[in-house]
Ligand binder design. Structure first.
Ligand code: CTP
Length: 390
């Protein structure tokens, strides 16, 4: 940690990392201790915090060597303007800069500074040099800053830094692949204030988008109305209706290597959306609606002349084996992932069965994010051209 108001975000980042099972060793510069105390960081990381290169607690008194040898990666967060400059030039005049120079592990920096400091040609030169040296830069974000100004330089939020770190370590089984994913419910309006939707939370589709991005894919996520944060590094396009989802998907499908339809797309919409709110007048006490069928997005993508590898999802309320295989064959997709659905809507875990021409493969119940990683690996294994998969 180096000095900056964004130091408070590292408390949360430390909590996220330790909760996920990482060992977090905090090293702070003198300036960082002005913003948050080593006591707080020690309590959150569960390990002593080091601030001085003369700290005698390290057995051989070589903190700069020992601390970096124990690490799988060093993450400088927040990374101040001054520290980026020091890194770019290889300075080693305090514990943190010295252990960065002495490291034999990857280094990631998370810049946090005022927008003018970020845009300063010297900073940009230093960042370009760090990138050329193989140092990963995460962010910065854009938006309101602690100083009251608005622009580039904000530190990424702790969740985004956490996801970027996980992503950094994930095996890149989808490197070079373009994935198009739908997620969430659709919303079919009846009038300006009412509509028909379903209980899909979008969690499974978002988890897959996140896992695919972490596996090195370029991910385009077309999302129905959901209350979920966009996974780090994923391009998200929001839609409301099945028709809008269909159009967004068809625009992007020809460019995709893989299409995964996770969205719970409404099968029908009303043939005429009322222009004004439908009132409970005498003649409208019991309104009737006529429905027309929505396009089948998955089947339409699968029917393209040169389709991406298509994966369907099906949430069934019974007879999964019969409906799963029947649906896969009807939509003409190579892989369909089925579950006993309505029970898992909104839940954080899921139990699925893979249906393909060769047969069915049940996967054990798992948290949606862990399951998404398994599914990404399963999909990657099935892609036709294995040559560019690392
Ligand atoms: N799907 C789609 N477009 C639709 C309906 C479904 O792309 N209009 C996709 C879903 O995203 C999912 C798969 O098709 O990947 C299966 O969805 P499901 O609703 O189970 O299929 P339906 O064809 O609607 O079958 P059912 O009769 O069971 O509703």
């Amino acid at each position: 940690m180096t000095g900056g108001i964004a130091c408070y975000k590292i408390a949360e980042l430390t909590r996220l990392l330790t909760k996920a099972g990482a060992t977090v060793q905090i090293v702070m510069t003198e300036s960082a201790t002005q913003f948050i105390t080593p006591v707080t960081m020690q309590a959150l990381s569960g390990r002593p915090v080091y601030t001085s290169q003369w700290d005698a607690r390290v057995p051989n008194n070589m903190a700069h060597i020992d601390l970096s040898r124990e690490a799988d990666a060093i993450v400088i967060a927040p990374a101040s303007t001054d520290f980026l400059a020091k890194l770019a030039h290889g300075f080693a005049d305090d514990l943190l800069s010295t252990l960065c120079v002495a490291r034999d592990c990857p280094l990631l920096v998370v810049p946090a500074m005022n927008r003018q400091m970020w845009q300063n040609p010297a900073t940009q030169r230093n960042v370009a040099q760090l990138r050329a040296d193989g140092i990963e830069t995460l962010g910065p974000d854009s938006g309101p800053q602690a100083c009251g100004e608005i622009g580039d330089g904000r530190m990424l939020e702790p969740e985004a830094v956490y996801e970027a770190i996980v992503s950094f370590f994930a095996p890149k089984v989808l490197a070079g692949r373009k994935l198009l994913i739908t997620a969430g419910p659709t919303f079919e309006p009846l009038d300006p204030v009412r509509g028909i939707t379903n209980r899909s939370s979008g969690k499974m589709g978002f988890a897959l988008a996140r896992a695919a991005q972490q596996a090195g894919a370029e991910v385009h996520l077309v999302a129905g109305p959901v209350a979920l944060q966009t996974p780090w590094g994923v391009y998200r396009e929001d839609v409301q209706t099945a028709q809008q989802m269909y159009e967004a998907v068809m625009r992007a499908a020809t460019d995709a290597d893989v299409f995964i339809g996770v969205a719970a797309v409404a099968d029908w919409r009303v043939d005429h959306v009322a222009e004004h709110k439908i009132k409970k007048t005498a003649e409208h006490r019991m309104p009737t609606f006529t429905f027309v069928e929505n396009p089948d997005i998955l089947a339409s993508v699968a029917a393209l002349p040169n389709p991406p590898y298509c994966v369907g999802f099906a949430a069934e309320s019974g007879d999964l084996d019969v409906h799963g295989e029947e649906k896969r064959a009807r939509k003409k997709v190579p892989l369909l992932i089925g579950n006993l659905g309505p029970l898992t809507f909104g839940q954080d875990d899921n139990e699925v069965v893979l249906f393909e021409a060769a047969g069915r493969t049940p996967l054990p119940r798992a948290a949606k994010q862990a399951l998404a990683q398994t599914l990404v690996a399963e999909i990657a294994r099935r892609l036709p051209d294995q040559s560019i998969i690392s």
